[in-house]
Design a protein around this ligand. Structure first.
Ligand code: OXD
Ligand code: MN
Length: 595
């Protein structure tokens, strides 16, 4: 098959990996529908894929119970010095890490086929896009990569024309001896899992896991960790952000990029349908934004992915009808429950809990059973093109010009529904101090406050102190063309623990205020933490919310905010000498405004 690959670097790499991993076969992927069907047929034959009677061309997979999520404590940024990786990343020196991993890779594909997957992150040929080649021994990975990235032989043509690629090596770490029967979800034990990044040589090595971001290397590994390091070197931004287009009743368009930690509703906001009359919202991406300064001096964003790898539990026609309509066919479901009539089910999909299911572990489940029927991190892999509100410009190679950045997190108290940064630098401070209460999706006690700067804590491929400085530098370059920056909290609760804000489609009311701020249509009120909306300026028409609730939602308590300062100081102290002076200045100014 190597004859099909003319590129010398790629050919040498394939040879080197094949010698190390010793697969039975090598298969070069072309990205066609026939290829997808062939892989799925293989997965059906082996018993890994379960066809769903109720959804055409859709399949359910059940992972090994030890392989259900990204493994942050097995994820490494391997730079020449520990300081380059910084305090938010695990670090092992490149030579040592490679040595350990080479030991694991040796013979790890025995009894399996090695798939070579050429893919583009971003529209093929866009000046913002990047090429990767993933080598993997998992046909499940091949199918997911088909949906999440642009797998195509055209990518090889770009390599022939002189473009470079990012090598992404993946093995599930489960060789098969002669005659050994395969299991439903082969993977390696947790202590042998490694998700390693070598940003100084644009290289990814992943071993032992078949799940999500650990295995679909175009997503978190390439498009965030490696790309963030490239973006710093090259003067652009690779961010953990959704992208949406909002159009007002007069037809004016606004493009918004928003960063929230996992499990804070990014996919819901990306596909939100406004409850306010005459406003329209279209989805461009739900997880990652790559942004470059265009010839017009503005920041232009593309979604480097071509699919959604969304969390299933909690997704319903109430919370995200557009996602529900996206996942009707051609979907890979992982770790959802199975209904008796051949459909998927998860907690929160609807009010009717079936009397019998097969749970994500493959066991009988009834409402009396202990534990969830679907794993809390169960996922759907869905083609973005199937989303009924996908924006017609979602594949525009030039990207869309960003007007507004939003940061936020899940806070049951302290943080108001929305406020605006005083300036770009103040906005960088808001991103750098973003915090969220942990949920099932995070490691640590539920409800514990975790600082997750720019929602990038698990995804920044270099020292995060330098990342903050990069944001200040980008602001300087953008000058008056820089997007405006806001902070939101959809999750504030009252004394009885009830959410004060309805959220979902009513978040459009908050976005409308932001657009009116951008257009200088409304003034804002100064507060110690930032600019707050005036009472009448959030459009509440048709919404049944009491003025007491609105007051509580918008309250800024000096006492509570003063109590935040030591926590921010501790957070900043972890960055030592790499903490930009501008952040220290912003913290001082906040403390002074709080009095
Ligand atoms: C994701 C995540 O899967 O952020 O997108 O965990
Ligand atoms: Mn994400």
């Amino acid at each position: 098959m190597n004859s099909a690959v003319k590129n010398e670097k790629l050919n040498n790499w394939i040879k080197e990996v094949a010698e190390m991993c010793q697969p039975d076969d090598i298969y070069l992927c072309s990205g066609t529908k026939e290829e997808y069907d062939l892989m799925m047929a293989k997965l059906l034959a082996s018993g890994s894929a379960i066809p769903l009677k109720k959804r055409p061309n859709s399949f359910l997979f059940r992972s090994d119970p030890s392989d259900v999520a990204r493994v942050e404590d097995r994820t490494y940024i391997s730079t020449s010095s520990k300081d380059e990786a910084g305090p938010t990343n695990n670090w092992v020196a490149p030579a040592e890490l490679k040595n350990t991993m080479k030991g694991l890779y040796k013979g790890c594909m025995k009894g399996r086929t090695m798939y070579v997957i050429p893919f583009s992150m971003g529209p093929i040929g866009s000046p913002i896009s990047k090429i990767g080649v993933e080598i993997s021994d998992s046909p499940y990975v091949v199918c997911n990569m088909h949906t999440m990235t642009r797998v195509s032989s055209k990518v090889l043509e770009l390599l022939d024309a002189g473009e470079d690629f990012i090598p992404c090596l993946h093995s599930i770490g489960a060789p098969l001896a002669k005659g050994q029967k395969d299991v439903q979800w082969p993977c390696a034990p947790i202590e042998n899992k490694y998700i390693s990044h070598f940003p100084e040589e644009n290289l990814i090595w992943s071993y032992g896991s078949g799940y999500g971001g650990n295995a679909l290397l175009g997503k978190k590994c390439l498009a965030l960790r490696i790309a963030s390091a490239m973006a710093k070197r090259e003067g652009w931004l690779a961010e953990h952000m959704l992208i949406l287009r909002l159009t007002n009743p007069e037809g004016k368009q606004y493009h918004i990029a928003a960063a929230f930690p996992s499990a804070c509703g990014k996919t819901n906001l990306a596909m939100m349908q406004p409850s306010i009359k005459g406003w329209k919202c279209e989805c461009i991406g739900d997880d990652i934004a790559w942004m470059k300064i265009g010839t017009d001096g503005r920041l232009h964003a593309i979604n480097p992915e071509s699919g959604f790898f969304g969390v299933a539990p909690g997704t319903s026609y109430d919370t995200n009808p557009m996602a529900m309509d996206t996942i009707k066919e051609n979907i890979i479901f992982t770790n959802c429950a199975l209904t008796d009539d051949g459909d998927v089910w998860w907690e929160g999909i609807n009010d009717a809990v079936p009397s019998h299911l097969i749970d994500w572990k493959g066991h009988d489940w009834t409402p009396d059973s202990q534990g969830d029927a679907a794993h809390p991190n169960a996922r759907f892999t869905a083609p973005a093109a199937q989303c009924p509100v996908i924006c017609k410009d979602w594949e525009n190679p030039k990207g869309v010009p960003i007007d507004i950045f939003i940061f936020g997190g899940r806070r049951s108290s302290v943080v108001p529904l929305v406020y605006e940064a005083y300036s770009w630098d103040h906005g960088v401070f808001l991103g750098a101090t973003a915090a969220s209460e942990t949920t099932f999706a995070n490691i640590g006690a539920v409800g514990h406050l975790r600082r997750d700067p720019f929602a990038m804590k698990p995804f920044c491929g270099y020292n995060m102190g330098d990342y903050f400085q990069h944001w200040f530098n980008m602001g300087e370059k953008l000058g008056s063309k820089a997007p405006r920056i806001f902070y939101v909290n959809w999750f504030r609760k009252n004394q009885d623990g009830k959410y004060l804000w309805p959220g979902f489609s009513d978040n459009s009311r908050v976005l409308k205020w932001m657009c009116e701020r951008v257009d200088n249509k409304v003034n804002a009120e100064k507060s110690p933490i930032g600019l707050l909306p005036k009472e009448a300026d959030i459009d509440l028409a048709g919404l049944n919310i009491s003025s007491e609730n609105m007051k509580e939602l918008m309250e800024v308590s000096l006492k509570e905010w003063k109590a935040e300062i030591p926590d921010i100081e501790n957070h900043f102290a972890t960055f030592g000498k790499r903490l930009p002076e501008s952040l220290k200045k912003q913290l001082k100014e906040l403390a002074a405004r709080l009095g």
